[in-house]
Design a protein around this ligand. Structure first.
Ligand code: NAP
Ligand code: ZN
Ligand code: ZN
Length: 350
C-alpha cells in the first residue's frame, strides 16, 4: 500500500485537515498519478457537509484531478510514465450492464464507483478523492489531457466541463440557438464558454450584478439580473435551452417561463431543498424540465478534445491546500471567479 498525504473532513461539517490515505499498489490495468491540480466543485461542499445524506467519513473530496503518470501496470497500453492525465467523478463501474455498454457508466446498474464518498466495485473499499498527492485508478477511467490545455485550467473540465457539455450535446445546442445559463459559478461559466463555442447566443442569468463584465468577456451575448423582477417579463418565451447550475433554492416556475414553446430547462445544480413546479409552467408550451448527471467516460474524452480544439479551459484561482476551508466559505458567498483549483505541490509543505 502507498501511504499518501491528503486533506480530509473527519466528520460532517468539521473543517478539512491534514490526513493520509492508503492507495493500492497499481494492478495490471492501473495508472498511478501524482496529482498536480484538483478543482474545487460545489459538490465537494455538499458532500463534506453531508447535505445529501449518507456521506462516509473521513472524506477526501476532489473529482477534478489532473496528474502526471508516475507508474503504470503491466497491461496498461493507453498511458505511459510522464503523461498528463485526468480523473473525473468516477473511478469504476461494472462495464457489462446496459448503461455501461452505452457509455453512460454514471448510471451503472450495479452503481458506479464515484471518485470519493463511495466505494470501489467490491463495495467495501472506500474511495478517496483528489485532495491528495496521488491516486491509483484503472486506465479505463483515466482521461487523456490534450497538451495544449493549461493543466490547472483543465482540471475543472473533469466535472464542471463534462456536466455542462453533456446536456448541451444531448439537447442539440447549435449555431443560432438561444441558450440561457443560470448562475455564473464553476459550472455556469463552463456552460457559457461551451455553448458559445457551439455557436449559441448565450444569456447569463445571475444574482450577482458584479459579474456582468466577466460574462461579456467570456462570450455572453447578454447578462440579466434575476434580482430584477422585469427580467422574467422581458425575456418571457425567448430561450430554446436553459442550463440551471444554481446550488441554492430558487423559483423554477419563473425560469421555465423564459423558455420558448417546446424549450428545455436542464437542472444540473442541486439545491438542498425540493422546489415546487406548477403544471402550467410545463403544459403551457409543452416545455420540458429535465436533469443531467455528469457524463460518461467516452463523452468526457470528446469534451476534452472539443476544449482542445476551441482552446477552452476554466477561469481559475489557484490556491494552496491550506486555504481550502476559506475557499469553501468564499464559494458559499458566491465569491469565486470562477473555480478554485488546488495546487497539490502545497501538500508537501509543512
Ligand atoms: P458554484 O461555483 O458555487 O456556482 C453556483 C452559482 O449559483 C453561484 O456562483 C451563483 O451564481 C449561483 N447561486 C448561488 N446561490 C444562489 C442563490 N441563493 N440563488 C440564485 N443563485 C445562486 O457551484 P458549482 O460548482 O458550479 O456547482 C453548482 C451546483 O451544481 C451544485 O449544486 C453542485 O453540487 C451541482 N453539480 C451537479 C453536477 C451534476 O452532475 N448534475 C455536477 C457537478 C456539480 P450567480 O452569482 O451568478 O448568481
Ligand atoms: Zn463536481
Ligand atoms: Zn454497469
Amino acid at each position: 500500500m502507498l501511504k499518501t498525504p491528503a486533506y480530509a473532513a473527519r466528520l460532517a461539517r468539521s473543517p478539512l485537515e491534514p490526513w493520509s490515505v492508503e492507495r493500492r499498489e497499481p494492478r495490471a490495468h492501473d495508472v498511478l498519478l501524482d496529482v498536480l491540480y484538483c478543482g474545487v466543485c460545489h459538490s465537494d461542499i455538499h458532500q463534506a457537509r453531508d447535505e445529501w445524506g449518507g456521506a462516509s467519513f473521513p472524506m477526501v473530496p476532489g473529482h477534478e484531478i489532473i496528474g502526471r503518470v508516475r507508474q503504470v501496470g503491466a497491461a496498461v497500453r493507453a498511458f505511459a510514465v510522464g503523461d498528463l492525465a485526468g480523473v473525473g467523478c468516477m473511478v469504476d463501474a461494472c462495464r457489462e450492464c446496459q448503461p455501461c455498454r452505452h457509455e453512460v457508466e454514471q448510471f451503472c446498474e450495479k452503481g458506479c464507483a464515484f471518485t470519493y464518498n463511495s466505494t470501489e466495485m467490491d463495495r467495501r473499499t472506500p474511495t478517496y478523492g483528489g485532495y491528495s498527492s496521488a491516486v491509483v485508478v484503472d486506465e479505463r477511467f483515466v482521461l487523456k489531457i490534450p497538451a495544449c490545455l493549461d493543466p490547472a485550467g483543465a482540471a475543472p473540465l473533469l466535472c464542471a466541463g463534462i456536466t455542462t457539455y453533456s446536456p448541451l450535446r444531448q439537447w442539440n445546442c447549435k449555431s443560432g440557438d438561444r441558450v440561457g445559463v443560470v448562475g455564473l459559478g464553476g459550472l455556469g461559466h463552463m456552460a457559457l464558454k461551451l455553448a458559445v463555442a457551439m455557436g449559441a447566443e448565450v444569456t447569463v442569468l445571475s444574482t450577482s450584478r458584479g459579474k456582468a463584465a466577466d460574462a461579456r468577456r467570456l462570450g455572453a451575448h447578454a447578462f440579466e439580473s434575476t434580482q430584477d423582477a422585469t427580467t422574467f417579463r422581458r425575456l418571457a418565451g425567448t430561450l430554446d435551452l436553459l442550463i440551471d447550475t444554481v446550488s441554492a433554492p430558487h423559483d423554477l416556475n419563473a425560469h421555465l417561463g423564459l423558455l420558448r414553446p417546446q424549450g428545455t430547462m436542464v437542472l444540473v445544480g442541486v439545491p438542498t431543498e425540493p422546489a415546487p413546479v406548477h403544471a402550467f409552467s410545463l403544459i403551457g408550451g409543452n416545455r420540458r424540465l429535465v436533469g443531467s448527471l455528469i457524463g460518461g467516460i467516452a463523452e468526457t474524452q470528446r469534451m476534452l478534445d472539443f476544449c482542445a480544439e476551441h482552446r477552452i479551459v476554466s477561469e481559475v484561482e489557484v490556491i494552496p491546500i491550506q486555504q481550502i476551508n476559506e475557499a469553501y466559505e468564499r464559494m458559499l458567498r458566491g465569491d469565486v471567479r470562477y473555480r478554485f483549483v488546488i495546487d497539490l505541490a502545497s501538500l508537501a509543505r509543512p
